[in-house]
Design a protein around this ligand. Structure first.
Ligand SMILES: [Zn+2]
Length: 368
């Protein structure tokens, strides 16, 4: 299947092109930075000074596609702090990838405006993975709404259909374990046909068999504590991690383009997905917003009558509820919130058992 729809043509901008442009426009100063910053996998420019931003724009401009990722402390939730915006452009090989890392704590909103213009441009496609928290942080901290976006986390879900995984099939239902209790799901499988388990970036790369080296595969173990993203100055390890993530997103995107997984509907679906928290950021402990299941009515636009889910407060069509729940005047849970309630109940049971007996054997094999 070929790439369809509104995706701009794939265009390479090589590292040498970038360096040449930068040398020309900045008398060589920024190009020196670029040449000295590499983790052996990804070249990057770190920008924490306003006077360097014009050169960053030179490096990014003209590309119809930008890879985007954000880092921060508890990114996108109420106690958030956006720390770093990472941007990359398509490159012919991973070794030629150049990533621009912009320190948002060192630069203020007015200084960052040229970067925000790129994010808000409808003519430049932004490629993200799990862009909800990025969009939430950008909107609530800087009043920025990303336009023209494809979220590879959604493309991954859609690719499952293309790979023959029907809704309600053992493969689709099986993905929900151990995140949800196996016995509960198995006993009422029809209520989980529209409940999709989201994959993380590492999981997606592995499942799609995108070849990575050891250094790239170990990247997630580097920063388990997100608080460290507001420590300044950011260490070289932080920057390498952020640059590597852009490299990984670009690798997955290249794979998805080749496989025909980037279709014409994905931009509209991605916008629906990443803007879900624009009206209100979730609290840190809001398990009904911060979970690993795909929210309903993201892949399919709502065109019929809706009712509000009393848990997530979203207006959803009849297909998002069980028959019983749809007819309820109150306490009406959508299928995803219903699943999360069951997950929370299991967690509470496990916690109670640990407190009571000091130990717990999970016969469900959930690995909790
Ligand atoms: Zn709900």
């Amino acid at each position: 299947m070929s790439t369809t729809g509104s995706s701009p043509p794939f265009r390479f901008k090589s590292l040498s092109d970038t360096v040449a442009e930068l040398e020309e426009e900045t008398s060589g100063e920024i190009a020196k930075l670029l040449k000295s910053n590499s983790d052996g996998i990804t070249n990057f420019i770190f920008c924490d000074k306003a006077e360097h931003l014009p050169a960053v724009i030179v490096g990014l401009k003209g590309s119809p596609t930008l890879f985007l990722d954000c880092e921060g402390s508890r990114l996108g939730i109420k106690t958030r702090r956006l720390s770093l915006i990472s941007l990359g452009i398509p490159a012919p090989t991973p070794q030629k990838q150049c990533v621009y890392l912009i320190d948002t704590l060192a630069l203020g909103t007015p200084e960052l405006r040229p970067i925000f213009d790129l994010l808000e441009s409808s003519d430049i496609q932004k490629v993200v993975f799990d862009g909800q928290m990025d969009q939430s942080a950008l909107f609530h901290e800087h009043n920025v709404t990303i336009q023209s976006v494809v979220d590879l986390q959604l493309a991954d879900i859609k690719s499952r259909r293309l790979r023959g995984e029907r809704e309600g099939s053992p493969e689709q239902i099986g993905r929900l374990w151990p995140y949800l209790p196996r016995n509960k799901v198995a006993s009422k499988a029809s209520l989980y046909e529209k409940v999709h388990k989201l994959a993380g970036l590492g999981q997606a790369l592995e499942e799609h068999e995108v070849e990575l080296n050891e250094q790239q595969m170990e990247r997630k173990s580097l920063f388990s504590d997100q608080q460290r993203w507001i420590e300044h100055p950011l260490s070289r390890l932080h920057l390498q991690y952020a640059a590597n993530d852009i490299n990984l997103i670009s690798r997955l995107w290249g794979h998805f383009v080749d496989a025909g997984y980037i279709d014409g509907q994905l931009p509209e679906q991605s916008l629906r997905y990443i803007r879900m928290w624009n009206n209100a950021q979730p609290d840190d402990d809001d398990v009904y917003k911060r979970h690993a299941l795909l929210p309903l009515a993201i892949l399919d636009a709502v065109t019929s009558r809706t009712k509000e889910c009393t848990v997530c407060q979203r207006l959803l069509p009849e297909s998002s509820f069980s028959k019983t729940a749809w007819d309820k005047p109150k306490d009406r849970k959508c299928l995803v919130c219903r699943a999360i309630v069951i997950r929370v109940q299991r967690e509470n049971q496990i916690q109670d058992a640990i407190e009571r007996e000091g130990d717990y054997y999970d016969s469900d094999g959930s690995g909790f």
